[in-house]
Design a protein around this ligand. Sequence first.
Ligand code: SF4
Ligand code: SF4
Length: 408
Amino acid sequence: MKTPSPEACSKPSTGELPDRDLLTSCVHCGFCLEVCPTFKLTGDENNSPRGRLRLWRQEAEGKLEPDSWTDFYTAECVGCLACETACPANVPYGRIFEHVRHDHVAGGRAKPTTVVRIAATLIKSPRLMNLVTLPLRVLRRTGLLKHRLMFSGAPAVLKSTSDYAAELVRNHRPTGPTVMLQTGCLMEAMFREINFATVRVLIEHNVRVLVPQNQPCCGAFIEHSGLPGLEQLRQQHPDVYMGHSIDAVLTNSSGCGYSLAKSIGDRVPVRDVLSFLSELPLRTKPKVSSDTVVYVDQPCHMIHGMKTGGIPSRVLDATGYNWKFAPHATDCCGSGGTYNIEKPENSKEILKRKSAFLNDLKERQVILATANHVCMMQWSSARAMGLVNRDYQVRHVIQLLDPSTTLK
Ligand code: SF4
Ligand code: SF4
C-alpha cells in the first residue's frame, strides 16, 4: 500500500464532523483490528478501525489539524463493516465513516475519480443509464466486452426485468407471498441476466414478483463515493416501494439492499432474496456431476450490513451442486463499492490473499459463487490480474437455482 506525501496540503473540513458521542463510543479494546483487511495487510494502527476513529475524534476535538495523513487513512478504508460486527461496544463505524467521507469530499480533501463522478451522475437517471449502457449490454452478450471486472453472462438487451417479471407472473399466476424486487442500477444495466434468474426462481417458488420500472438508485454508490445527492435519492424510495400490499422488498445484492434498508427498512422489510427463499419449501435441483465444485464466498454487506448470517446452507444444498465455503469466506474480498476502482492496488492485495486457494484446486470445473454483483466483478478480476492461473466461472448463487430450462 502506498503512503501519502507528507507535503500534501489538506483542505479544511466542512465543519460537519460526526456527533462527538459517536466518536467517543470507542473503548479502544482492539477487538476490531484482526478483522480489518487494511490492518491485516499493513499492521499499521492508523490503518485500523480504532486508529481511524482516533484520528477523526482528535480532529473533532480540535487536538489535530485537518491533515493529509487523516485523509489518506480515511480513503484506505474498504467500508466492509467487519469492524462493526467485531465491536463489543457497538460503535456505529459505518455511520461515522459515511459522515467523514462525505465531509472530506465536500471539503475537497478527497477527490473521487472521473469514472466514479460520471457513474454517480448516470445513476441519478435510470432511463439515461439504461440507454447509455445499451451498447455495453450488446457487447457483453456477444462476449466482446473485455474488462478485468466483467464476468461472463448474456443479459437481455432491450427487455427490462420489470417487463419480464410482468410477463412471467401473467403466465404462471403465483399465489404465494408478494414481493417487490429491487433491480439495482449496475445490476439492471449490465448484469440483467441475474435479475431475470431471480424472477424465475421466485416464481418457481410460487412468489408473486412485482418489479417497479426505472427504480431510483438505492444510494450505495453515493455512500461509497462520498459525493452529494444521497438524500434526494432516499426521498424517492417511499413512493416506489411503499403503499403496496407486499410481504417484503427483496434484493439480490446485499450492498444495495443494505443501503435501501437504511432508507425505508423501518417501514417495510428489505430482505436478501436468498434468506427469503431459505424460509420457503425449497425445490431441490437434480444432483450435478461431482466434477464441478462450487466454492461459496460471503458478501460483507450481507453479513455485517444486513446481518443475515450469510448465504444459507439450505439454499446452497438446493442447488444440487457439490459445494464448500471458500477459505476465508467471511473475509472482505476488497471490492468495497467503488474501492476496486479508486484503490485498485489495495483491492488487488486484499483479493490476492483470498483467491490464492483457487490455484491449488484439483477439480476440473470450479465455480466461485457469491451473492453480490460487485463481489462477482472482483472475483472475476483475480484471473484477469494474474492472481489466479486456472479457469473458473463466477456466478451468483441465485443462478445456480435457476429453472431457466423448465420455466418460460
Ligand atoms: S470498514 Fe473494514 S476496512 Fe474499514 S476500518 Fe472497518 S474493518 Fe477496516
Ligand atoms: S472493537 Fe469497537 S470499541 Fe474496540 S477498538 Fe474497535 S471500534 Fe473501538
